[in-house]
Design a protein around this ligand. Structure first.
Ligand code: SF4
Length: 85
């Protein structure tokens, strides 16, 4: 977690930025200004988590499930042979 400089601390504390939410814990985009933690990228972190994962989160990645399909080798060879005609 980075510490905000004096100039940027004033920006974060101006009221435009909302503090991070619980789900942000561990993200590398968190900056601390005046003992409150803010997101460096978004002014309202809670809104980023409303519809699922925050797309800029560095600590969580979406799970991608790959469905394996079984291929019948006999049918596959027939399909391949039919395609060669
Ligand atoms: S990038 Fe997303 S997860 Fe990271 S601190 Fe900002 S809102 Fe939270």
């Amino acid at each position: 977690m980075a510490k905000a400089t004096n100039a940027s601390a004033a920006v974060y504390a101006s009221g435009e930025f909302q503090p991070i939410v619980e789900k942000c814990e561990g993200c590398e985009r968190i900056v601390e200004a005046e003992s409150t933690r803010y997101c460096r990228t978004y002014a309202e972190p809670a809104a980023k988590w409303k519809l699922g994962l925050c797309n800029f989160a560095t600590h969580v990645k979406p799970e991608i499930t790959i469905a394996k399909t079984k291929i019948n080798p006999l049918k596959a060879s027939k399909r391949a042979a039919a395609g060669k005609k």
